[in-house]
Design a protein around this ligand. Structure first.
Ligand SMILES: Nc1nc2c(ncn2[C@@H]2O[C@H](COP(=O)(O)OP(=O)(O)OP(=O)(O)O)[C@@H](O)[C@H]2O)c(=O)[nH]1
Ligand SMILES: [Mg+2]
Length: 356
């Protein structure tokens, strides 16, 4: 998300007061009656400082989108990344400061106009003191927005029109390797878990159909409440974006997790998210397929299923699966034809619309 550069209170005040001084210097050279001049100078100084500070605050408020109008995926993404409530609070504080400074500008310019020339400069100083105190009060909100800017910089750009497939599975099973194989995306691949910390997106076009493939951080088989922020990224993508889930199972178990626990996770995901699931049995190039003969070619042949007795109990419930090697590019064409057959699920853009 594009949050503009966020100034510190000092930067905000410096700029306002500097511009106020410039405007006051200009007023000093203007040809107006002497008894009005000092009042005009101080009034100009206050108004200019207020305007400059307000413009900057307004620019921030205008550029940060209204969170409630964003698609739910973004709302949840912002929530797990920086916290929606904190974000709203910070923006609310900026809005508050804008209102107070507008009020100070009005009050002090009219008080200076009605004052004696001698009192004008005292009133201006008083106005500056109050402006500074308001701006300093929003210090923690400006700090927060600066933190949010840094953390939301990599917020993924979602194509809400495209058919979307979410790749899910345990850490280290080959999700990112697969995304690299089938799209031009280049997510990091490494032989340790939680390499992928955010959402990675690749695009593909088949028969004029736009397909968006989302690689997610690895999930562990544990309750949502125990999940960390990285895992929640995956859950949010599954919830709001998936038209189908391609669930990767590392049959070699070199990812460090048993096939059984990988299946358990897939059941849990299936239970939570009501979308079609395709199993991709990955790493067949190194899988110990037939534990007696160690004949890896079994996976590649049509009779492969007879040799995967240790998977067969799991496969009773589904016929939607492929054996692949994301690393060697085996089974990729089959995956792409499966991708092409996924249908887009019409979701309400905004949950409020469900009432209509
Ligand atoms: N032999 C073999 N290794 C693979 C295959 N697919 C992935 N790997 C390896 O498995 C490791 C993990 O791959 P990644 O693509 O980073 O796995 P991931 O699921 O994205 O992992 P996280 O992002 O940590 O959840 C890397 O060392 C890959 O090279 C495969 O088909 N065969
Ligand atoms: Mg990854």
């Amino acid at each position: 998300m594009m949050i503009p550069t966020i100034p510190t209170p000092d930067e905000l005040l410096d700029k306002g007061f500097r511009r106020g001084k410039k405007a006051a210097d200009l007023a000093r050279t203007s040809k107006i009656p002497r008894h009005l001049k000092s009042k005009r100078i101080e009034e100009t100084r206050v108004i200019t400082a207020c305007q400059v500070i307000k413009d900057r605050i307004k620019m921030i408020l205008d550029r940060v989108p209204n969170i409630e109008t964003l698609p739910e995926f973004y709302q949840d993404y912002i929530d797990i990344t920086v916290g929606v409530d904190d974000m709203k609070k910070a923006l609310g504080a900026l809005n508050w400061s804008y209102g107070i400074i507008t009020q100070l500008e009005k009050d002090y310019s009219s008080r200076i106009r009605r004052s004696s020339p001698e009192k004008a400069s005292t009133l201006q100083k008083q106005a500056y003191g109050r402006i500074a105190s308001v701006v300093n009060k929003i210090k923690k909100d400006l700090d927060f927005l600066d933190f949010a800017k840094a953390n939301l910089r990599n917020m993924p750009t979602i194509d809400f029109e495209a058919t979307t497939i979410v790749i899910a599975g345990f850490p280290n099973v080959g999700k990112s390797t697969l995304l690299r194989q089938i799209t031009d995306a280049t997510p990091e691949v490494a032989n340790y878990p939680f390499t992928t910390k955010g959402i990675q997106i690749g695009h593909l076009e088949r028969n004029w159909k736009k397909i968006q493939i989302i690689d997610t951080p690895g999930l562990l088989d544990r309750p949502i409440l125990d999940m960390n922020e990285i895992e929640l990224n995956a859950m949010v993508a599954l919830e709001h974006l998936a038209d189908a889930i391609f669930f990767i199972i590392d049959v070699s178990e070199t990812c460090g997790f048993s096939i059984e626990s990988q299946f358990n996770l897939s059941y849990e995901i299936k239970r939570i998210f009501d979308v079609p699931m395709v199993y991709l049995f990955n790493k067949i190039d190194i899988a110990d397929v037939n534990k007696d003969t160690n004949d890896k070619s079994k996976f590649e042949s049509d009779e492969s299923e007879s040799d995967i007795s240790y998977l067969s109990s799991y496969l009773e419930e589904t016929d939607d699966y492929l054996f692949i090697s994301a690393y060697e590019g085996k089974g990729i064409e089959d995956i792409i034809s499966k991708l092409s057959s996924v249908r887009k699920i019409e979701r309400n853009k905004n949950e409020d619309m469900e009432f209509y």
